[in-house]
Design a binder for this molecule. Structure first.
Ligand code: PHE
Length: 432
């Protein structure tokens, strides 16, 4: 049974039947890794910020993670039936209050405040998801935006003004592939009632250059750190490519991929802001762009951190490796892994109960609720329907491995028994 109310960062929220935040996730709301001195997430944030200087860009790094469904979804144009709203995907305090799933939840408020032409928000975000070495229910994003107010544009020529700002940006020498047309009538439409094609093209060009400069900064540092660790490291030249994407709050929209260490990595989403958001925020005369980037994956790459759980570790063998980097980004070095302890795989098979569907994310959370950060990954290994009875069965393989020590056999067995009991109790399944 949920507590009647929960307190997060000093504010108290009543709960209702929507409440689904486990204690471990609630506890994470106090950590604020993006602000913790010498933490890789904080260092990554500062590298990205360095590419978007004040006063054009203002930084907002202390927004509270608790937002309304309106802020997180409605204000951004998410349809009422969007899957991201489901309780299986999102952590709710009550029917209208949740832990933000992305930093875009603050877009509308910042557009409304119009305190600066550009902004960056860095924050912890929350999503229910699988368990593996690159997923954790809490991670971090940076969101950025830049707008131009038509009324302030000299001569009223918005496209020319944006291009003039573009001309002030540095250039870079990394090859960029951008094979798609600037907009696509069905997949990626120009907002023709709000922008001319020339205006949208100028905004897109400013957006793309700004973000290219940002990732070139990060990945060049990653290569330097790799060379420092291993003088024999051969850096394949960086490449960037733009691919079409879809977000309810931008159009046209793109994702950026970076060719690094032999493969294409998707690093961010972005686009020309939907005018409806600016209109609703009381800024009908402003047009511009927005982007969002995940900090944890970038930090994993930059420092070669092999498991996302390490970011939450208080083990000095982890934290001490980054000391002093924040004051001197030139000291950025790859993480040197301490010993990896043996994995321990255990299977659990069960029949789904009469009530029917059990969401995979609920299984993950029950397991994490018992085993905490000792579970490294969970894989669905089998699923079948009994031909006669029609009952459905699933098998998951749980990998128990501590980052900090070797688990004893007894300890793992005990954990696994508790996992099985919790699955039965919480999800009404029947162990096979
Ligand atoms: N909020 C989006 C996400 O979490 C990223 C994004 C931000 C895309 C701003 C476009 C503009 O995936």
């Amino acid at each position: 049974t949920p507590p009647p109310a929960v307190t997060i960062n000093g504010k108290t929220y009543h709960t209702d039947e929507w409440f689904n935040v486990p204690p471990g996730v609630l506890a994470a709301t106090t950590r604020k890794l993006h602000l913790q001195k010498d933490h890789p997430i904080s260092i990554t944030r500062q590298i990205l910020e360095s590419v978007f200087p004040p006063p054009t860009y203002r930084y907002h790094n202390t927004f509270d993670p608790v937002v309304t469904t309106h802020e997180n979804f409605d204000s951004l144009g998410f349809p009422p039936d969007h899957p991201g709203r489901a309780r299986s995907d999102t952590y709710y305090l009550n029917a209208t209050t949740l832990l933000r799933t992305h930093t875009s939840a603050h877009e509308s408020a910042l557009f409304r405040a119009a305190a600066s032409p550009g902004y960056l928000i860095s924050a912890d975000v929350y999503r229910r998801d699988d368990i593996d070495r690159s997923h954790y229910p809490v991670f971090h994003q940076m969101e950025g935006a830049r707008v131009w107010d038509r009324r302030l544009v000299p001569g009223g020529d918005l496209a020319a003004a944006v291009l003039a700002d573009l001309a002030l940006l540095p250039t870079h020498a990394v090859p960029v592939e951008d094979p798609n047309p600037p907009s696509h009538p069905d997949r990626n439409p120009l907002q023709s009632e709000h922008h001319t094609a020339a205006e949208a093209a100028a905004i897109a060009a400013h957006l793309k250059r700004s973000l290219e400069l940002m990732v070139v900064e990060v990945f060049t540092r990653a290569q330097a750190a790799a060379r420092a660790a291993d003088p024999a490291f051969v850096d394949e030249p960086l490449r960037v490519r733009w691919v079409e994407a879809y977000f309810p709050f931008t159009s046209p929209s793109w994702e950026m991929e970076v060719y690094y260490d032999g493969g294409w990595l998707e690093v961010l989403g972005c686009g020309v802001s939907r005018q409806g958001i600016l209109v609703d925020a009381g800024q009908p005369e402003s047009v511009g762009w927005a982007f969002g980037i995940g900090l944890d994956r970038i930090a994993m790459l930059l420092f070669q951190v092999p498991d996302i759980r390490l970011f939450w570790s208080r083990d000095a063998r982890f934290t001490s490796q980054f000391e002093g980097v924040e004051g001197d980004l030139g000291r950025l070095r790859r993480f040197v892994p301490f010993s990896r302890y043996p994995p321990c795989y255990k299977d659990v098979s069960f029949w789904l109960g009469k009530e029917g569907e059990v969401h995979g994310n609920d299984v993950m959370e029950v397991i994490r609720g018992v085993a905490g950060d000792v579970v490294e990954d969970v894989v669905l290994t089998d699923e079948f329907t009994h031909p006669k009875t029609g009952r459905r069965s699933r098998c998951y393989r749980v990998n128990y491995r501590s980052l900090e020590r070797t688990l004893t056999n007894d300890e793992t067995n005990e954990l696994h028994t508790r996992v099985r009991d919790a699955l039965v109790e919480r999800l009404r399944v029947e162990i096979r």
